[in-house]
Design a protein around this ligand. Structure first.
Ligand code: GDP
Length: 440
């Protein structure tokens, strides 16, 4: 699989950042130097690696750190976004023509996987409910037509061929055939060469002119890394391709081609192929690739931490409502929900100025919390907001609803009133002064 080495190296650099807490500009620069080396080792184009790390450094140093993330995570987030953008952002699909069939011209060097991927693409389109037609226009290799026929049959797609007649003529006839027989996709397999030569390019240019393709897809072999990026650049200059099928990802451990093609040629990778079987083709998703490079662990931990921080934000909000004497049972319930994630009400109280670690030795039994939460859950939202309106019959209903006694309900209400009283004291002049101190 691609990116193995890169993922590991990036993970190590980020580990170092994490251990630092606050990041200085030189921490970020040092990390980006490591990232650049890792990218070069993954066979990413030198200029691409330099520009990418430059952009990341600029953003990481200049950007305000989001409240929900640590500085190290902010850097990972930026790296993730920049890698995704580098590979083409949202990912691009096949174009749809105003009138079918969509004509897809497949080109590429010999052995890149053109014929195999023409068949894979036909198989994919078929499974999506389309009616693809394959056209055999590689007429120089005697076995090529046969190969396409064998694979086409496996894919369940018919193959149009005219033997060794001029491939441009064959392509034109294939378009007519596709129209006549109601095929909505025509996939044209063309001849490859070991190297780009004028004769091949001339034939492809004539074919392009003759059939006016909706997409010109270049198949490039991921295993040859930067060489395939150079091939893509040349093909694009001569043919103005619309996208790339990156093949043999199963044999590529470095990933340089996947990372550089879009940046160097400006053309997106539309599909990624691996293995020789027909189902080894996927739409290329830059964001998923970026996650793979960063190691799923990093991205997941990023999300988790952010969520946890959001909980803390909620707790702070509750603390502020307490200070403003607006606390009701809904807030209490919210606190109980947080209990298992961030510890008992203590966590919230500790956010009050002056409380800090004074509560460190206080123990709160979680089961009592659960029972109390059950009582509040038996109330209607209105009752939770207006506990003072709970009369005897409401209390009976609530107690029955949670399988507890009316006394338990009363105890909760007493506790709550105590808390409210306490908060009222805070809510006076002294409290408001404190609130200003907290920025509230
Ligand atoms: P063409 O000359 O560009 O048409 O290339 P072919 O489609 O004939 O493929 C050349 C060789 O690479 C064949 O042996 C294929 O089975 C093999 N091949 C094609 N695509 C892949 C791939 O994604 N992964 C692997 N491992 N082999 C592939």
């Amino acid at each position: 699989m691609p990116f193995e080495g890169l993922a590991e190296k990036l993970s190590n650099s980020f580990k170092k950042l994490r251990s630092k807490g606050k990041l200085s500009e030189s921490d970020v620069k040092e990390a980006m130097r490591e990232v650049r080396l890792a990218l070069l080792e993954a066979d990413v184009n030198y200029k691409v690696a330099k520009e990418l790390t430059g952009r990341i450094t600029e953003r990481a140093v200049g950007e305000e750190v989001m409240e929900s993330l640590t500085p190290a995570q902010m850097v990972i987030k930026i790296v993730n976004e920049e890698l995704t953008a580098l590979m083409g952002g949202t990912g691009e699909r096949l174009k749809s023509p105003a009138h079918p069939p969509a004509i897809i011209l497949l080109c590429g060097l010999q052995g890149a996987g053109k014929t195999t991927h023409a068949a894979k693409l036909a198989y994919m389109l078929k499974s999506q409910g389309h009616r693809p037609l394959l056209a055999a226009c590689d007429v120089y290799r005697p076995a090529a037509i046969k190969q396409l026929q064998v694979m086409g049959e496996k894919a369940g797609a018919p193959v149009f061929e005219r033997g060794t007649q001029d491939p441009v003529e064959t392509a034109k006839e294939a378009v007519k055939h596709a129209k006549d027989y109601g095929h909505d996709y025509l996939l044209i397999d063309t001849a490859g060469r070991l190297q780009i030569d004028e004769e091949l390019m001339d034939e492809l240019r004539r074919m392009k002119e003759a059939v006016n393709p909706t997409d010109i897809l270049l198949t490039v072999d991921a295993m040859i890394g930067q060489e395939s990026v150079n091939v893509a650049k040349t093909f694009d200059e001569l043919l103005d391709i619309t996208g790339v099928i990156l093949t043999k990802l199963d044999g590529d451990t470095r990933g340089g081609a996947a990372l550089s093609i879009k940046a160097v040629t400006g053309k997106p990778i539309k599909f990624a192929g691996s293995g020789e079987k027909l189902d080894g083709l996927e739409a290329f998703h830059p964001d998923r690739m970026a996650s793979r490079i960063l190691g799923m662990g990093d991205v997941l931990s990023l999300i988790e931490e952010a969520e946890q921080r959001l909980d803390e934000k909620a707790a702070e909000r509750t603390a502020q409502r307490m200070m403003q004497n607006k606390l009701d049972l809904n807030d209490m319930l919210e606190q109980f929900r947080q209990v298992k994630k961030m510890g008992p009400i203590k966590g919230i109280l500790q956010k009050l100025p002056g409380v800090g670690n004074k509560l460190d030795d206080v123990d709160i039994d979680d089961r009592i919390m659960d029972r109390t939460a059950a009582i509040i859950l038996s109330m209607t939202p209105y009752e939770r907001a207006h506990p003072e309106e709970l009369n005897a019959s409401r209390k009976r209903r609530i107690a029955a609803g949670c399988g507890q006694k009316v006394e338990d309900v009363n105890r909760l209400l007493n506790q709550f009133r105590q808390t409210q009283k306490l908060m009222k004291q805070f809510g006076g002049k002294k409290g408001r002064k404190l609130m200003r101190g907290m920025g509230g």
